[in-house]
Ligand binder design. Structure first.
Ligand code: ADP
Length: 492
C-alpha cells in the first residue's frame, strides 16, 4: 500500500478515535465544555468520512496496485517475447502508459533485430575477409619473388615467406612494425622511403640491388611502386605526396645476369677463336692468289697451313655445337652396352701416331676385367680422345702417357685415368680448366687450342652420363685427368 493511502486512512482514524475518546472520558466536557454538541457531531462525521474515504482510497489504491502489477507483468512478458503475448487493455488510465511502453518495446525489438542482422552480415563479411586474406597470403607465399608492402605509417603491412628468407626476418613478428626495425638493409629501407616520398602511384621504379645472403651475393631487380591513398577513386588525381604505402618486389636475377654475362663472354670468345684461323686462311689464300708462293714447296706449305687452320675451325665449330647441344638438351644420346676397354683401345690406336710423332710413349694398361657401361659410345670415345689429345699436346718429347681403367666395386663405378708426364697445371688454374674457352696463359705458346675440349668432356661425362671428372696436377711433373662412369648392371 502506498504512503498516500496510509496517510488518509490514518488521519480519518485518528480524528474519529479522538472524538470518541473525548466523549467516553468526559461527556460533560463535550456537552458543556468549549466544544459544543454540533462541533462534536461534525468532528465525528468528518472522522467517519475520513475513515470512509481512507477505506475507499485504500480499496481504490489496492485495485490500482493490482492493475499496475498486471501491467508490469504484461510489459515484462512483452519484453521476453514478441509473439504469443495476448494484448492487455489496462484500466485506470494506464492504457496510454502501456501503449507507450508497447511502442517503445516494439521499436527496441525492431532495432535489436536490425542489429542482429547487421551483426550476422558483419560476421559473414568478416569470415569472407578472413578467407580472402588467407587466400591472398597463400598467393603471396607461393610467389618466389620477395614481396614487401608497407602502409602510410611506413610499417610492414604484408610480406611473404620469400622476403623473410631473403632478407632474414621473422615474418610473424614483422607485421605492423616499422620497416627499419624489420629490415636491416639500409639501401632497401632508403629505396622504400624515397618511393613513399616520391608519391606518384603511376610510377614504377626498377633498381638493381645486391644483397649478401648465406655468404653469397644475390642480385635483385627491385621493383618499387607507391600505392595511392585508399579512398582515392581510379582516374582521380592523387594528392601531392600522399601515399597509402609502398609495394616492393625483389626478383632474384643472379642466374639471369650470369647467363647474360656468359653469353656475352661466349660470343666474344667464339668470334675471337673463329677470327684467328679465318684470318690465317684468308692471308694464305691471298698470298696464293697473288702468286706470292713461287715454288711448289712454298705452295704446299701454304696449303698445309690452310688445311690445318680449316681443321681447327671445324673442330672449334664441332665443339661449340656439341657443347651447346648438350647444354640446351637437344643432343641425341645413343645409349648402348659398351665395353670401356674396347673404346679406350680404339682411341689409343688413333692417337698413337701423333704421340709417336712427338716421341711420346702412349701406354694402355691392360685391364683384367671387361667393364661394361651403358653409354653413348661416340661421346665416350670423344671424351677419351680429348683427354689423350691434351696429354699429347702438353707433354714434351720423351714423355709418357698412361691410360688405365680402374674398377670401384664399392661405388659400382669404373674410372678411366689419363696420366701424363707433361708441363702440369698450376693450382690456381685447376678449378677453371673445365670452363669454356679457358686456357692456361703460359700454355698458349706450347700448343694451339680452343679452350673447349675439357668443357666438352665435362658435359659428356657429367651432364649426359651422370659421371664425374677430376684433375690433379703438379707443374713440371705432369697431370692426371680421370673420369668415372656408373657400371652397367650386367658385366660380360
Ligand atoms: P685446349 O684446346 O686449349 O687444349 P682444353 O679445354 O682441352 O682446351 O683445355 C683447357 C686448358 O687446360 C688448356 O688450354 C691447357 O692450358 C690445360 N690443359 C688441359 N689438359 C692439359 C694437360 N694434360 N696438361 C697440361 N695442361 C692441360
Amino acid at each position: 500500500m502506498s504512503f498516500g493511502k496510509w496517510l488518509s486512512l490514518m488521519v480519518g482514524l485518528a480524528v474519529a478515535t479522538l472524538v470518541a475518546v473525548m466523549q467516553w472520558t468526559s461527556p460533560t466536557w463535550v456537552s458543556n465544555g468549549p466544544v459544543s454538541g454540533h462541533v462534536a457531531a461534525v468532528a465525528i462525521t468528518s472522522g467517519g468520512i475520513g475513515v470512509a474515504s481512507g477505506l475507499l482510497h485504500w480499496m481504490a489504491m489496492s485495485r490500482f496496485d493490482t492493475e499496475l502489477l498486471r501491467v508490469i507483468g504484461y510489459v515484462e512478458s512483452l519484453g521476453r517475447s514478441a509473439v504469443g503475448v495476448p494484448r492487455y487493455e489496462p484500466r485506470f488510465g494506464l492504457a496510454e502508459l502501456t501503449a507507450t511502453v508497447e511502442r517503445t518495446v516494439a521499436g527496441l525489438r525492431h532495432r535489436a533485430e536490425q542489429l542482429v542482422t547487421q551483426r550476422r552480415e558483419l560476421d559473414i563479411q568478416l569470415r569472407l575477409a578472413d578467407a580472402e586474406r588467407q587466400h591472398a597470403e597463400a598467393i603471396l607465399n607461393s610467389i618466389s619473388d620477395s614481396v614487401i608492402v608497407t602502409d602510410a605509417f611506413n610499417e610492414i603491412a604484408l610480406t611473404n615467406e620469400a622476403a623473410a628468407r631473403a632478407l632474414g626476418f621473422d615474418r610473424d613478428a614483422a607485421a605492423r612494425r616499422p620497416v627499419d626495425q624489420v629490415i636491416h638493409d639500409n639501401t632497401l629501407i632508403k629505396l622504400i622511403k624515397d618511393t613513399r616520398e616520391g608519391g606518384d602511384p603511376a610510377l614504377r621504379r626498377h633498381v638493381e640491388h645486391v644483397v649478401g645472403h648465406n655468404g653469397r651475393q644475390v642480385v635483385y631487380d627491385v621493383s618499387l611502386a607507391s600505392i595511392g591513398p585508399s579512398n582515392e577513386r581510379p582516374g582521380t588525381q592523387p594528392h601531392n605526396h600522399e601515399t597509402a604505402g609502398v609495394v616492393a618486389i625483389l626478383r632474384d636475377i643472379t642466374r639471369e645476369k650470369e647467363i647474360a654475362e656468359n653469353k656475352t663472354e661466349f660470343v666474344s670468345n667464339v668470334s675471337h677463336e673463329l677470327r684467328t684461323p679465318l684470318s690465317s686462311i684468308k692471308a694464305y689464300m691471298e698470298m696464293l692468289i697473288d702468286g706470292e708462293a713461287r715454288d711448289d714447296q712454298t705452295r704446299s706449305e701454304f696449303y698445309n697451313i690452310i688445311q690445318g687452320e680449316t681443321n681447327r675451325l671445324q673442330r672449334l665449330i664441332d665443339n661449340i655445337l656439341n657443347i651447346s647441344r648438350i647444354e640446351s638438351g637437344v643432343v641425341k644420346v645413343q645409349r648402348e652396352y659398351i665395353s670401356l676397354a674396347q673404346v679406350v683401345t680404339e682411341v689409343v690406336d688413333v692417337m698413337k701416331p701423333q704421340a709417336r710423332a712427338k716421341q711420346i710413349e702412349l701406354v694402355e694398361v691392360p685391364s683384367p676385367l671387361v667393364f661394361q657401361v651403358f653409354a653413348d659410345k661416340d661421346m665416350i670415345a670423344q671424351a677419351v680422345l680429348n683427354l689423350i689429345g691434351n696429354a699429347v699436346k702438353y707433354t714434351p718429347a720423351e714423355g709418357r702417357i698412361t691410360v688405365s681403367i680402374e674398377h670401384d666395386e664399392r661405388h659400382r663405378q669404373v674410372r678411366i685415368k689419363v696420366a701424363d708426364t707433361g708441363v702440369g697445371i698450376a693450382p690456381e688454374h685447376l678449378p677453371h680448366v673445365f670452363e669454356k674457352f679457358y686456357r692456361v696463359h703460359d700454355h698458349k705458346k706450347i700448343a694451339k687450342g680452343t679452350g673447349l675440349g675439357l668443357a666438352l668432356v665435362r658435359q659428356i661425362i657429367e651432364t649426359v652420363h651422370g659421371g664425374r671428372i677430376e684433375v690433379s696436377s703438379e707443374v713440371g711433373k705432369g697431370s692426371v685427368f680421370s673420369f668415372t662412369l656408373p657400371l652397367a648392371e650386367n658385366r660380360v
